[in-house]
Design a protein around this ligand. Structure first.
Ligand SMILES: [Zn+2]
Length: 368
Protein backbone atom coordinates (compact mmCIF):
# COMPACT_ATOMS: atom_id res chain seq x y z
CA UNK A 1 0.00 0.00 0.00
CA UNK A 2 1.38 3.40 -0.93
CA UNK A 3 1.74 6.33 1.46
CA UNK A 4 -0.32 8.60 -0.81
CA UNK A 5 -3.52 7.67 -2.59
CA UNK A 6 -4.63 9.39 -5.79
CA UNK A 7 -8.33 9.88 -6.46
CA UNK A 8 -8.82 10.30 -10.19
CA UNK A 9 -11.20 9.41 -13.00
CA UNK A 10 -11.22 10.30 -16.69
CA UNK A 11 -14.92 11.21 -16.26
CA UNK A 12 -13.77 14.53 -14.78
CA UNK A 13 -12.89 15.46 -18.35
CA UNK A 14 -16.59 15.40 -19.30
CA UNK A 15 -17.19 18.91 -17.92
CA UNK A 16 -16.89 21.01 -21.07
CA UNK A 17 -16.75 24.80 -20.81
CA UNK A 18 -16.40 26.66 -24.16
CA UNK A 19 -13.29 25.48 -26.03
CA UNK A 20 -11.33 28.70 -25.42
CA UNK A 21 -11.83 28.42 -21.66
CA UNK A 22 -8.59 27.97 -19.67
CA UNK A 23 -10.20 25.43 -17.31
CA UNK A 24 -10.10 22.67 -19.91
CA UNK A 25 -10.36 18.86 -19.81
CA UNK A 26 -6.78 18.75 -21.13
CA UNK A 27 -5.60 19.82 -17.69
CA UNK A 28 -6.50 16.47 -16.15
CA UNK A 29 -5.50 14.56 -19.26
CA UNK A 30 -2.01 16.06 -18.88
CA UNK A 31 -1.78 15.04 -15.22
CA UNK A 32 -2.90 11.49 -16.08
CA UNK A 33 -0.38 11.32 -18.89
CA UNK A 34 2.47 12.51 -16.67
CA UNK A 35 1.40 10.04 -13.98
CA UNK A 36 1.59 7.06 -16.31
CA UNK A 37 4.68 8.35 -18.14
CA UNK A 38 6.43 8.51 -14.78
CA UNK A 39 5.35 4.92 -14.11
CA UNK A 40 3.72 6.11 -10.92
CA UNK A 41 0.86 3.60 -11.14
CA UNK A 42 3.15 1.02 -9.54
CA UNK A 43 4.15 3.42 -6.74
CA UNK A 44 0.87 5.20 -5.96
CA UNK A 45 -2.43 3.46 -5.29
CA UNK A 46 -5.61 4.87 -6.81
CA UNK A 47 -9.21 5.02 -5.71
CA UNK A 48 -12.28 5.80 -7.77
CA UNK A 49 -14.46 8.75 -6.83
CA UNK A 50 -18.16 8.49 -5.99
CA UNK A 51 -21.01 10.97 -6.28
CA UNK A 52 -21.60 13.17 -3.26
CA UNK A 53 -25.28 13.21 -2.31
CA UNK A 54 -27.38 16.29 -1.64
CA UNK A 55 -27.04 16.01 2.12
CA UNK A 56 -23.28 15.97 1.84
CA UNK A 57 -23.16 18.93 -0.53
CA UNK A 58 -25.56 20.76 1.82
CA UNK A 59 -22.94 20.58 4.57
CA UNK A 60 -21.77 23.93 3.15
CA UNK A 61 -24.18 24.86 0.34
CA UNK A 62 -27.87 25.68 0.60
CA UNK A 63 -30.34 23.06 -0.59
CA UNK A 64 -31.97 25.69 -2.81
CA UNK A 65 -28.64 26.36 -4.57
CA UNK A 66 -28.18 22.65 -5.31
CA UNK A 67 -31.75 22.55 -6.62
CA UNK A 68 -31.15 25.63 -8.76
CA UNK A 69 -28.11 24.00 -10.38
CA UNK A 70 -30.11 20.84 -10.98
CA UNK A 71 -32.73 22.87 -12.85
CA UNK A 72 -30.00 24.54 -14.93
CA UNK A 73 -28.56 21.09 -15.62
CA UNK A 74 -31.94 20.30 -17.19
CA UNK A 75 -31.42 23.27 -19.50
CA UNK A 76 -28.25 21.66 -20.83
CA UNK A 77 -30.11 18.52 -21.90
CA UNK A 78 -30.06 19.41 -25.58
CA UNK A 79 -26.33 19.97 -25.60
CA UNK A 80 -26.54 23.60 -24.56
CA UNK A 81 -23.85 25.22 -22.45
CA UNK A 82 -25.35 27.37 -19.69
CA UNK A 83 -23.45 30.31 -18.24
CA UNK A 84 -23.61 30.73 -14.43
CA UNK A 85 -21.42 33.81 -14.04
CA UNK A 86 -18.79 35.68 -16.09
CA UNK A 87 -16.54 32.66 -16.41
CA UNK A 88 -18.39 29.63 -14.99
CA UNK A 89 -20.26 27.30 -17.32
CA UNK A 90 -22.34 24.14 -17.25
CA UNK A 91 -22.29 21.63 -20.09
CA UNK A 92 -24.62 18.58 -20.22
CA UNK A 93 -22.48 16.46 -17.86
CA UNK A 94 -21.25 19.24 -15.57
CA UNK A 95 -23.76 18.75 -12.75
CA UNK A 96 -22.84 15.06 -12.37
CA UNK A 97 -19.13 15.75 -12.75
CA UNK A 98 -19.31 18.47 -10.08
CA UNK A 99 -21.08 16.08 -7.68
CA UNK A 100 -18.36 13.54 -8.38
CA UNK A 101 -15.63 16.15 -7.72
CA UNK A 102 -17.13 16.66 -4.25
CA UNK A 103 -17.47 12.91 -3.75
CA UNK A 104 -13.82 12.35 -4.68
CA UNK A 105 -12.80 14.46 -1.70
CA UNK A 106 -15.05 12.41 0.57
CA UNK A 107 -13.51 9.17 -0.71
CA UNK A 108 -10.11 10.64 0.20
CA UNK A 109 -11.25 11.63 3.71
CA UNK A 110 -12.75 8.18 4.31
CA UNK A 111 -9.58 6.44 3.10
CA UNK A 112 -7.20 8.38 5.32
CA UNK A 113 -9.51 8.39 8.36
CA UNK A 114 -9.51 4.59 8.22
CA UNK A 115 -5.71 4.73 8.22
CA UNK A 116 -5.49 3.11 4.84
CA UNK A 117 -3.25 5.89 3.58
CA UNK A 118 -1.21 8.73 5.07
CA UNK A 119 -1.98 11.34 2.40
CA UNK A 120 -4.26 11.83 -0.58
CA UNK A 121 -4.30 13.84 -3.79
CA UNK A 122 -7.74 14.58 -5.25
CA UNK A 123 -7.29 15.26 -8.97
CA UNK A 124 -10.60 16.76 -10.01
CA UNK A 125 -12.37 19.47 -11.94
CA UNK A 126 -14.32 21.68 -11.80
CA UNK A 127 -12.27 23.31 -9.04
CA UNK A 128 -13.99 24.55 -5.88
CA UNK A 129 -12.38 27.26 -3.74
CA UNK A 130 -14.28 30.24 -5.20
CA UNK A 131 -17.71 28.61 -4.80
CA UNK A 132 -19.86 30.36 -2.21
CA UNK A 133 -22.72 29.04 -0.08
CA UNK A 134 -25.30 29.68 -2.77
CA UNK A 135 -23.34 30.94 -5.75
CA UNK A 136 -21.06 29.53 -8.44
CA UNK A 137 -18.00 31.65 -9.12
CA UNK A 138 -14.65 31.61 -10.91
CA UNK A 139 -14.92 28.20 -12.66
CA UNK A 140 -16.22 26.64 -9.38
CA UNK A 141 -19.69 25.15 -8.74
CA UNK A 142 -19.33 23.32 -5.42
CA UNK A 143 -16.63 24.03 -2.86
CA UNK A 144 -14.99 20.60 -2.86
CA UNK A 145 -12.50 21.28 -0.07
CA UNK A 146 -15.07 22.96 2.20
CA UNK A 147 -17.53 20.05 1.93
CA UNK A 148 -14.65 17.67 2.69
CA UNK A 149 -13.67 19.69 5.78
CA UNK A 150 -17.18 19.58 7.22
CA UNK A 151 -17.58 15.92 6.31
CA UNK A 152 -14.28 15.13 8.07
CA UNK A 153 -15.60 16.82 11.22
CA UNK A 154 -19.14 15.43 11.17
CA UNK A 155 -18.54 11.89 9.87
CA UNK A 156 -14.95 11.05 10.73
CA UNK A 157 -14.36 12.75 14.09
CA UNK A 158 -11.72 15.26 13.03
CA UNK A 159 -11.87 18.37 15.21
CA UNK A 160 -9.32 20.94 14.09
CA UNK A 161 -8.65 21.37 10.41
CA UNK A 162 -5.96 23.55 8.85
CA UNK A 163 -6.78 24.57 5.27
CA UNK A 164 -3.83 25.91 3.30
CA UNK A 165 -4.68 27.50 -0.06
CA UNK A 166 -1.72 28.17 -2.38
CA UNK A 167 -3.70 28.73 -5.57
CA UNK A 168 -2.64 32.07 -7.11
CA UNK A 169 -6.17 33.40 -6.53
CA UNK A 170 -7.60 34.09 -3.10
CA UNK A 171 -9.83 31.28 -1.84
CA UNK A 172 -12.74 33.62 -1.17
CA UNK A 173 -15.37 30.87 -1.11
CA UNK A 174 -13.61 28.83 1.54
CA UNK A 175 -12.85 31.95 3.58
CA UNK A 176 -16.50 32.94 3.50
CA UNK A 177 -17.80 29.52 4.54
CA UNK A 178 -15.62 29.26 7.65
CA UNK A 179 -15.16 32.94 8.53
CA UNK A 180 -16.51 32.66 12.09
CA UNK A 181 -15.31 29.11 12.81
CA UNK A 182 -12.24 28.64 15.04
CA UNK A 183 -12.19 24.87 14.39
CA UNK A 184 -11.24 25.43 10.76
CA UNK A 185 -8.18 27.63 10.36
CA UNK A 186 -8.08 28.95 6.80
CA UNK A 187 -4.82 30.33 5.42
CA UNK A 188 -4.43 31.60 1.88
CA UNK A 189 -1.26 32.62 0.02
CA UNK A 190 -2.30 34.49 -3.11
CA UNK A 191 -1.29 37.19 -5.54
CA UNK A 192 -2.63 40.55 -4.39
CA UNK A 193 -4.07 42.81 -5.63
CA UNK A 194 -5.63 40.35 -8.07
CA UNK A 195 -8.92 38.68 -8.98
CA UNK A 196 -11.30 38.15 -7.12
CA UNK A 197 -10.27 41.25 -5.12
CA UNK A 198 -10.64 39.76 -1.65
CA UNK A 199 -7.83 38.43 0.53
CA UNK A 200 -6.50 41.48 2.39
CA UNK A 201 -4.69 41.00 5.70
CA UNK A 202 -7.52 42.72 7.59
CA UNK A 203 -9.98 39.98 6.54
CA UNK A 204 -9.04 38.00 9.63
CA UNK A 205 -12.24 36.25 10.75
CA UNK A 206 -15.29 37.13 12.80
CA UNK A 207 -16.58 36.35 16.30
CA UNK A 208 -15.05 33.14 17.63
CA UNK A 209 -13.25 32.78 14.32
CA UNK A 210 -11.29 36.04 14.72
CA UNK A 211 -7.62 35.35 14.04
CA UNK A 212 -8.35 31.98 12.40
CA UNK A 213 -8.65 33.40 8.88
CA UNK A 214 -5.19 34.29 7.67
CA UNK A 215 -4.50 35.98 4.37
CA UNK A 216 -0.98 36.35 3.04
CA UNK A 217 -1.31 38.73 0.09
CA UNK A 218 1.79 38.19 -2.06
CA UNK A 219 3.06 40.94 -4.39
CA UNK A 220 3.01 40.14 -8.11
CA UNK A 221 6.26 38.47 -9.11
CA UNK A 222 6.90 36.71 -5.81
CA UNK A 223 8.80 33.55 -6.65
CA UNK A 224 10.04 30.47 -4.90
CA UNK A 225 11.95 32.45 -2.29
CA UNK A 226 8.97 34.61 -1.43
CA UNK A 227 6.51 31.75 -1.10
CA UNK A 228 8.92 29.56 0.85
CA UNK A 229 9.73 32.46 3.19
CA UNK A 230 6.00 33.00 3.77
CA UNK A 231 5.61 29.32 4.52
CA UNK A 232 8.54 29.25 6.95
CA UNK A 233 7.67 32.48 8.74
CA UNK A 234 3.87 32.27 8.87
CA UNK A 235 2.34 28.97 7.71
CA UNK A 236 4.66 26.71 9.69
CA UNK A 237 4.51 28.52 13.06
CA UNK A 238 0.71 28.88 12.86
CA UNK A 239 0.39 25.22 11.83
CA UNK A 240 2.52 24.07 14.77
CA UNK A 241 0.63 26.28 17.21
CA UNK A 242 -2.84 25.33 15.88
CA UNK A 243 -1.98 21.61 16.07
CA UNK A 244 -4.56 20.47 13.51
CA UNK A 245 -5.61 16.85 13.31
CA UNK A 246 -6.04 17.18 9.54
CA UNK A 247 -4.44 19.38 6.87
CA UNK A 248 -6.35 20.10 3.66
CA UNK A 249 -4.70 21.96 0.80
CA UNK A 250 -6.26 23.91 -2.04
CA UNK A 251 -3.46 22.97 -4.39
CA UNK A 252 -3.70 25.24 -7.39
CA UNK A 253 -0.67 25.51 -9.65
CA UNK A 254 -1.50 28.82 -11.34
CA UNK A 255 1.21 30.62 -9.34
CA UNK A 256 3.65 28.77 -11.62
CA UNK A 257 5.83 31.10 -13.67
CA UNK A 258 4.52 29.53 -16.91
CA UNK A 259 0.87 30.04 -16.03
CA UNK A 260 -1.08 32.26 -18.44
CA UNK A 261 -3.41 33.62 -15.73
CA UNK A 262 -1.15 34.11 -12.71
CA UNK A 263 1.63 36.67 -12.40
CA UNK A 264 3.76 34.84 -9.87
CA UNK A 265 7.09 33.24 -10.47
CA UNK A 266 7.08 29.83 -8.83
CA UNK A 267 9.01 27.04 -10.53
CA UNK A 268 8.16 23.35 -10.55
CA UNK A 269 10.99 22.90 -8.03
CA UNK A 270 9.36 25.60 -5.94
CA UNK A 271 6.14 23.60 -5.79
CA UNK A 272 8.17 20.50 -4.86
CA UNK A 273 9.73 22.46 -2.01
CA UNK A 274 6.38 23.84 -0.86
CA UNK A 275 5.09 20.25 -0.88
CA UNK A 276 8.13 19.19 1.12
CA UNK A 277 7.35 21.80 3.77
CA UNK A 278 3.79 20.51 3.85
CA UNK A 279 5.10 17.01 4.40
CA UNK A 280 7.37 18.26 7.21
CA UNK A 281 4.42 20.05 8.86
CA UNK A 282 2.45 16.83 8.61
CA UNK A 283 5.29 14.92 10.30
CA UNK A 284 5.59 17.54 13.03
CA UNK A 285 1.86 17.75 13.82
CA UNK A 286 0.85 14.16 13.07
CA UNK A 287 -1.90 15.51 10.80
CA UNK A 288 -2.46 13.80 7.46
CA UNK A 289 -2.59 15.81 4.24
CA UNK A 290 -5.26 15.82 1.53
CA UNK A 291 -4.56 18.00 -1.52
CA UNK A 292 -7.41 19.18 -3.75
CA UNK A 293 -6.58 20.30 -7.26
CA UNK A 294 -7.74 23.87 -7.88
CA UNK A 295 -6.28 26.05 -10.69
CA UNK A 296 -3.27 25.69 -12.99
CA UNK A 297 -3.69 26.52 -16.66
CA UNK A 298 -0.40 25.74 -18.39
CA UNK A 299 -0.89 22.02 -18.82
CA UNK A 300 2.84 21.19 -18.76
CA UNK A 301 3.55 23.27 -15.65
CA UNK A 302 0.39 21.96 -14.01
CA UNK A 303 1.10 18.30 -14.65
CA UNK A 304 4.78 18.50 -13.64
CA UNK A 305 3.96 20.42 -10.45
CA UNK A 306 1.03 18.24 -9.43
CA UNK A 307 3.15 15.12 -9.97
CA UNK A 308 5.91 16.75 -7.88
CA UNK A 309 3.45 17.20 -5.00
CA UNK A 310 2.31 13.57 -5.32
CA UNK A 311 5.87 12.25 -5.30
CA UNK A 312 6.88 14.29 -2.29
CA UNK A 313 3.78 13.31 -0.29
CA UNK A 314 4.32 9.68 -1.25
CA UNK A 315 7.98 9.67 -0.15
CA UNK A 316 8.51 7.39 2.80
CA UNK A 317 11.44 9.32 4.22
CA UNK A 318 10.72 12.99 3.70
CA UNK A 319 14.08 14.10 5.10
CA UNK A 320 15.94 12.08 2.53
CA UNK A 321 13.80 13.47 -0.23
CA UNK A 322 14.43 17.01 0.99
CA UNK A 323 18.08 16.63 0.08
CA UNK A 324 17.52 15.26 -3.37
CA UNK A 325 14.17 16.35 -4.65
CA UNK A 326 15.35 18.98 -7.08
CA UNK A 327 17.28 16.51 -9.21
CA UNK A 328 14.90 13.71 -8.29
CA UNK A 329 11.89 15.52 -9.61
CA UNK A 330 13.13 17.55 -12.50
CA UNK A 331 15.71 16.29 -14.94
CA UNK A 332 17.96 19.22 -15.76
CA UNK A 333 17.31 21.13 -12.57
CA UNK A 334 20.72 20.34 -11.18
CA UNK A 335 22.34 21.64 -14.35
CA UNK A 336 20.57 24.97 -13.97
CA UNK A 337 17.98 24.48 -16.69
CA UNK A 338 15.23 24.99 -14.17
CA UNK A 339 16.87 27.03 -11.44
CA UNK A 340 15.21 27.97 -8.20
CA UNK A 341 13.76 31.38 -8.86
CA UNK A 342 14.13 34.30 -6.55
CA UNK A 343 11.22 36.58 -6.22
CA UNK A 344 11.28 39.78 -8.24
CA UNK A 345 10.25 41.94 -5.30
CA UNK A 346 12.09 40.61 -2.24
CA UNK A 347 11.74 43.83 -0.21
CA UNK A 348 8.00 44.03 -0.82
CA UNK A 349 7.61 40.34 -0.04
CA UNK A 350 9.54 40.65 3.22
CA UNK A 351 7.58 43.76 4.22
CA UNK A 352 4.34 41.94 3.52
CA UNK A 353 5.37 38.90 5.57
CA UNK A 354 6.31 41.22 8.44
CA UNK A 355 2.94 42.98 8.16
CA UNK A 356 1.04 39.69 8.30
CA UNK A 357 3.05 38.52 11.32
CA UNK A 358 2.44 41.80 13.10
CA UNK A 359 -1.30 41.74 12.42
CA UNK A 360 -1.72 38.18 13.69
CA UNK A 361 0.73 38.33 16.63
CA UNK A 362 -2.15 39.10 19.07
CA UNK A 363 -3.81 35.82 18.05
CA UNK A 364 -0.76 33.56 17.67
CA UNK A 365 2.05 33.48 20.27
CA UNK A 366 4.40 31.93 17.75
CA UNK A 367 4.32 35.11 15.64
CA UNK A 368 5.37 37.41 18.49
ZN1 LIG B 1 -6.60 30.04 -9.34
Amino acid sequence: MSKLVLIRDSKFQLHLPPTTHPESPERLAAIDQAFYKGALESAIDQLEPRFADENEISLVHTASYVEQLQIKAGDTANGLVVQLDDDTFMSPQTFDVAKMAVGAGLVAIDAISKNKFQNAFVSVRPPGHHALKSKAMGFCLFNNIAVAARYAQRKCGYKKIFIIDWDVHHGNGTQDLFYDDPTICFLSLHQYPFWPGTGAIAEDGRGDGKGFNINIPMPEGSGDRGYLAAFDQIVKPIGLEFQPDLILVSAGYDAHRSDPLGGQNISTSGFAMLSQRLSDLSDQTGAKVVCFLEGGYDVNALSASAIATMRVLNAVDARDLANVHVSYLIPGAASGLDPITNDNRPYQVDEQIAAVRKHFAPYWHSLK
